[in-house]
Design a protein around this ligand. Structure first.
Ligand code: F0G
Length: 457
């Protein structure tokens, strides 16, 4: 059997509302054709994000009952700290309520105006946090990572020459940290190889620059290493994770992904001085160092989730469920980013709808049609989200790719749900020339995709 069935059975169910096409047409019109404005309980299958949308296990729910809500020194903190130290190997563990706070705390303490932070590709919140500190976020992913058709097995890899060139250009004193995002979300959820991690680490050591992971989807990255990289087939996911993190000085983490929880994150690092300064600030903005904006029960759920996510049967299912969806689409000729990444399938809307120019948002046309036709929520990652404006002419400069992301929540939907999603997209693909573009009626000055109102052409 190529694609494994679910390695869990369902103990609690959440009924889904089935709406009619007429109801959905009304909903999307009222929402200004913006999928972020649709009430979530009117969505049948929600593939907006894999973040904070996981189903917790019975073991995690049981752990919630053991929450110790002491202000200081909760026993759940010690369990959480011990678990993070065991897997990630870093000495200091600082809880936060989600990943972007870990980023903000880290950058607030180490970045100054004019600094430069290289990464394979910065995730939006990471880039925004770097830029907020008047520093520059530079992407150094290998060229293959930007080509939707290139089948390189580790398209998340950092281009070592680009990294070295950035350090040469700006000088190592202006590069206070090197980041590496695993898996590379903004590049399609593509993995980074252990070989590349070693090379990045060597560059960082040579220049005396600290090296941190953005570790949100670390377990998925480890599974790809086990599957694709020579020498790792007989290692456990835990061993691969421990090796991976041994090359770095710390990490930021959104536990809303591979922590298998609905809220939580952390910052972990070896450097005591950085940790001390960051902890002092944590107390100012998040909470005491043994809870960091979370309840004791949340810390317990993360500790348990981090152990469960290392289970190879779970990961085999997880990675293959995403691949299953991608391959069903690919087989019918639907253009997608290949190879399929860990947490999402990305449809190439530019090739799907070549008759709709970027100025008319082909990705959004597909997002709207997928909701109207099938009650599925996806998200546009193209001109609506990322286009820039020419400062002289005011004309839109579209990004390189017009994508639609189908992000798959962990342990939430069955393979049959995936089949339904695939069938809906294939149906749309067969009638694709009927789809029309959109114009913007209202947009905010920044992050317009969240609140824009659109109108069909
Ligand atoms: N880093 C990466 C690679 C991410 O994908 C995210 C979130 C964050 C940091 C921030 O973590 O949400 O806990 O503050 N990604 C979500 C997504 C929102 O939909 O891809 P957070």
């Amino acid at each position: 059997m190529q694609f494994p069935a679910e390695p869990f059975r369902i103990k609690v169910v959440e009924p889904l509302k089935i709406t009619s096409r007429e109801e959905r047409e009304k909903l999307i019109k009222e929402a200004g054709y913006n999928i972020f404005m649709i009430p979530a309980d009117s969505i049948y299958i929600d593939l907006l994000t894999d973040s904070g949308t996981s189903a917790m296990s019975d073991n995690q729910w049981a752990g919630l009952m053991l929450g110790d809500e002491s202000y200081a020194g909760s026993k759940n903190y010690y369990h959480f700290e011990e678990t993070v130290r065991h897997i990630f190997g870093f000495k200091n563990v600082i809880p936060t309520h989600q990943g972007r706070v870990a980023e903000n705390l880290l950058f607030s303490n180490i970045l100054k105006e004019g600094d430069v932070v290289p990464n394979n590709i910065h995730f939006d919140t990471t880039r925004a946090n770097v830029e907020y500190h008047k520093a520059q976020a530079i992407d150094c992913v290998i060229d293959e990572g930007m080509d939707p058709q290139n089948l390189h097995p580790f398209k998340g890899n950092m281009d070592i020459d680009k990294l070295e060139a950035a350090i040469q250009k700006y000088g190592k004193d202006r590069v206070p940290i090197i980041l590496l995002t695993v898996t590379n979300n903004s590049g399609g959820g593509q993995p980074v190889s252990m070989q590349n991690i070693r090379e990045v680490s060597a560059v960082a050591k040579k220049h005396g620059i600290p090296f941190f992971f953005d570790a949100c989807r670390f377990a998925e990255n480890c599974y790809f290493i086990k599957e694709r990289e020579d020498g790792y087939q007989d290692k456990t996911i835990l061993e691969i994770a421990q090796e991976m993190f041994s090359y770095a000085d710390g990490c930021t983490m959104s536990a809303k992904k591979d922590g298998l929880v609905n809220i939580g994150g952390f910052l972990a690092m070896n450097d005591d001085q950085w940790a001390q300064r960051i902890t002092n600030m944590l107390i100012l903005i998040e909470g005491f160092k043994t809870y960091g904006g979370l309840a004791g029960r949340d810390l317990e759920a993360i500790a348990r989730g981090l152990k469960e996510v290392l289970d190879e049967n779970y990961l085999r299912f997880r990675i293959n469920q995403t691949r299953f969806l991608g391959e069903m689409l690919d087989k019918e000729g639907v253009p997608i980013v290949k190879p399929v990444g860990g947490h999402a399938v990305y449809v190439d809307a530019r090739r799907f709808l070549p008759h709709i120019p970027p100025e008319q948002f082909p990705g959004q046309a597909l997002v709207v049609e997928l909701f109207v036709r099938a009650g599925i929520r996806s998200v546009e990652i193209g001109s609506l989200m990322m286009a820039k404006k020419d400062p002289q002419t005011g004309k839109m400069i579209p990004p390189k790719l017009e994508l639609v992301r189908l992000a798959i929540p962990r342990r939430v939907y069955t393979n049959m749900h995936m089949q339904y999603v695939a069938e809906a997209i294939i149906e749309i693909y067969r009638e694709r020339e009927k789809l029309k573009g959109f114009t913007i009626e209202y947009e905010a000055d920044f992050l317009r995709h969240f609140t824009a109102r659109l109108k069909p052409i």
